[in-house]
Design a binder for this molecule. Sequence first.
Ligand code: 1CP
Length: 338
Amino acid sequence: MNEIKKCLIGKNNTCVPIWFMRQAGRYLPEFINIRKKNKDFIKLCLNPDLSSEITLQPLKRFDVDAAIIFSDILMVPYGLGQSITFIDNLGPVLSKFEIDEFLKRDDRAFTNTLNPVYEAIKKTRKNLDSKKSLISFIGSPWTLAVYMFGLKKDKVTLDLQLMDKKKSEIDLVLKKITKFLKIHIKNQINAGADIVQIFDSWAGLVPEKNIENYCYKPNHTLVDFCKKLSVPVICFPKGIGKKYAIFSKIVKPNCVNIDFDVDPEWAKKNLNGVCIQGGMDPKILLADKNTIFKEAENFLKIFRGYPYIFNLGHGLLPQTNPDNVNQLVNFVKNYEYK
Ligand code: 1CP
């Protein structure tokens, strides 16, 4: 069994496995090269050869313990019939959401559209060292709804008026999308992925009165589904602050990724002993070597003897120097407690 899985199922608290969110893509020159020649991001995600190549790029450079499939959480709305364009400096823009189309979408059409993602996973598993995990992922129902309905006013605030107007549609989508997310999880596992991470990147924007129904319940349903498949699952409810404690208690994933606003000491004491992943601010990787090592050591010391997977409090930033990532991986791998 590989190191990450041992950590996730509670069989190991001595070694600290490591991988990074957004390790494939964004900051690696070899990715940027491929990206320049492939302007359509969705098409790139649907190209099994290139997707698999990009997934393996970080593993050629760094001794990380996992690959994460090069895809996107927005492939699910795409599989449900929404078209998506990525606009520089603005991010993804989805075509108008049509509830009737969504309700008519059948399972087979969904799986067929996303089949290249599963092909990419198969290909990657074949070329990946058996000691390394292959992580698959989904966006949570709420985080996907934020994009599907265009619920944000700007980068950090919700359009509450639109939320009110669309309330019944949103509630229906949050319920019905779970079926497709389960299919997507199962297909990724059948193709060879061995861990699932659920990104709830906009959990921090859920209004207090909706937190139960929009965040805890849907994450719980999906975590239970993964557990029934005997697949370890990591949740990342970004931005929920102290609610990480109640989230862990209700949702009970194998592991939670803490974001960089969460105090790691607090997390160790309050997350019910669940395996913890991440936490370090991705901005630290823009600093000098000593700052990076000092901060990494802080996390290693805090989580000494506790099931911990080294990762960040959000994805690697586009301006990250790959040499710094390499130095950090080697530092964590060779760290010895004094
Ligand atoms: O222009 C480009 O080159 C595209 C940049 C890019 C990349 C490399 C996007 C657009 N998505 C991805 C890949 C991706 N997305 C991965 C690949 C594997 C890896 O981690 O290396 C993963 C796991 C994601 C997940 C993802 N996509 C999330 C959840 C994690 C997070 O960052 O919070 C979210 C919110 C998205 C949506 C998305 N995809 C891309 C953009 C620009 C966005 C929007 C982000 C936003 O709204 O701020």
